[in-house]
Design a protein around this ligand. Structure first.
Ligand SMILES: *Cc1c(COP(=O)(O)O)cnc(C)c1O
Length: 453
């Protein structure tokens, strides 16, 4: 499975966009116009990725796991490309609705759902009865019934096999997610007595890659077996459950490393179809990619502000940190980094053109008071000088979404590229934004004190 095979299979678009593929002048211009750190998300690329998925899985429902990137512009692009929305919280459902997804294209996956989220989603389902709620515990079904809900339910199964690039993103084997495989058939039949059970679901984790196709295949095989079992009219006197789909989750891998091959999507699709077959008549396959849709459509731009030689390493200080892109600190994730140049030597003289700089091993560190706040260590970059612009690649998934205000850092803005135009779609937060909720609370407290006098 090589990069070339994958590329040859898809006439539509290259199967991965590397950080080296971005137009350096364009990115440099955006960084000057909007300042750094800055996220850039290319909606054209989001559409290409969506289309490649639909092309590889022509008979499947493709649901975008919105938690990878919930920006309004991205949600609209994905909706227009024909994908459904898979939401993990009330907030995500709210944003998907606002972006125009109707109930028939909305799937809410309840994981230990807070009461507030259940109340909200059950309320939405009254107006949008085609919405589906995916549930991974009998307890959650009871809580839905208590709220008078008897609508569309999908049962989340723990298939007992997991995949993922890091322990923290392997969900398929973790007891937290889904009803254990051994009990899933019975739980689904019981659920069908109280709800309109429309599907079964499993998400094995994030990072289906060429080496992990076996565990993906095994999970999908199990789900296909469960679907046949549930719909079998001759199954020992129990009523069959008329499910509409088998959802085998997301986790389609993206090559973060420069030399890693792109995922051979047609091969994954083929393996998935083979493993799930034969699906009972009227039962469709569904998938839920998040990362694959948005990851290589985004870069994070950051400016070098400090270069410090030390006896052990050369530390390059930049204005983006773990508050802007958490993945390296949280998952030891690798992100490709490209030096776009543009800076000056510390004596003010011009630095050599970027192509003339020698590759130098560096640590790139952010401005947060945490040892873990490094974007990379021992990485060969075109020797950075102060003022250089770095592009951190494959940052479109779980990038902005995981950004925080830790260290009282306003979150960065985001520019969307759309058919040649660039527009700010999320403005940079201000220092004022950091204290909005505090000021609101204090105002209320002052009002109460006033009233109590
Ligand atoms: C996060 C998640 C996904 C998407 O995972 P990716 O690795 O981004 O493709 C799909 N389904 C569920 C239930 C998830 O929680």
């Amino acid at each position: 499975m090589s990069d070339n095979d994958a590329a040859a299979e898809s006439p539509l678009s290259p199967s991965v966009r590397r950080v080296s593929d971005w137009d350096a002048d364009r990115l440099a211009g955006l960084a000057v116009e909007h300042g750094t750190p800055l996220y850039v998300q290319d909606l054209d690329r989001v559409r290409e990725n969506s289309e490649r998925l639909r092309e590889a899985f022509p008979d499947a429902d493709v649901r975008y796991a919105v938690k990878a990137h919930t920006g309004r512009a991205v949600l609209e692009a994905v909706r227009e490309a024909g994908l459904d929305a898979e939401c993990a919280s009330a907030g995500e459902v709210d944003r998907a609705l606002a972006a125009g997804f109707g109930g028939d294209r909305l799937h809410y996956t309840a994981v230990n759902p807070p009461a507030r989220d259940l109340d909200y989603v059950v309320g939405v389902a009254e107006a949008e009865p085609d919405l589906t709620i995916t549930v991974g515990a009998v307890d959650t079904l009871d809580r839905l019934a208590e709220r008078g809900y008897d609508g569309r339910v999908c049962v989340r199964v723990n298939p007992g096999v997991g995949a993922g690039h890091h322990e923290k993103v392997r969900t398929g084997g973790a007891a937290k997610f889904g009803i254990p495989y051994d009990r899933a058939a019975e739980a689904t039949r019981d659920a069908a007595e109280r709800f309109d059970v429309v599907g079964i679901h499993a998400h094995a984790g994030s990072g289906i890659d060429p080496d992990q196709l076996d565990s993906h295949r095994e999970m999908v095989t199990r789900m296909g077996g469960l679907a046949r079992d549930l719909t079998d009219p001759d199954e020992g006197g129990v009523a069959p459950v008329d499910i509409e789909y088998v959802d085998v989750g997301g986790g389609f891998g993206v090559p973060y490393k420069e030399d890693a091959p792109a995922l051979d999507l047609p091969a994954v699709a083929e393996a998935t179809r083979e493993a799930v077959a034969p699906l009972p008549a009227g039962v469709d396959l569904a998938i839920e990619p998040g990362r694959y849709v948005v990851a290589d459509a985004g870069v994070l731009l950051t400016r070098v502000n400090t270069v410090k030689p030390t006896p052990d390493e050369r530390v390059v200080g930049v204005d983006a940190g773990m508050t802007d892109l958490l993945r390296p600190a949280m998952y030891d994730a690798y992100h490709p980094i490209r030096n776009l140049g543009g800076g000056r030597e510390s004596d003010g003289s011009d630095a050599p053109a970027i192509d003339d700089r020698s590759a130098t091993p560096v640590t790139v560190a952010g401005p947060i008071c945490e040892t873990g706040d490094t974007l990379c260590t021992d990485r060969a970059l075109a020797d950075p000088v102060r003022g250089d612009l770095l592009a951190v690649g494959i940052a479109g998934a779980y990038g902005y979404e995981m950004a925080t205000q830790y260290n009282s850092r306003p979150r960065p803005p985001e520019v969307a590229l759309d058919d040649g135009t660039a527009a700010i779609v999320r403005r940079r937060e201000t220092l004022d934004d950091l204290t909005t909720v505090e000021r609101d609370a204090n105002r209320n407290r002052a009002d109460r004190t006033e009233a109590g006098r």
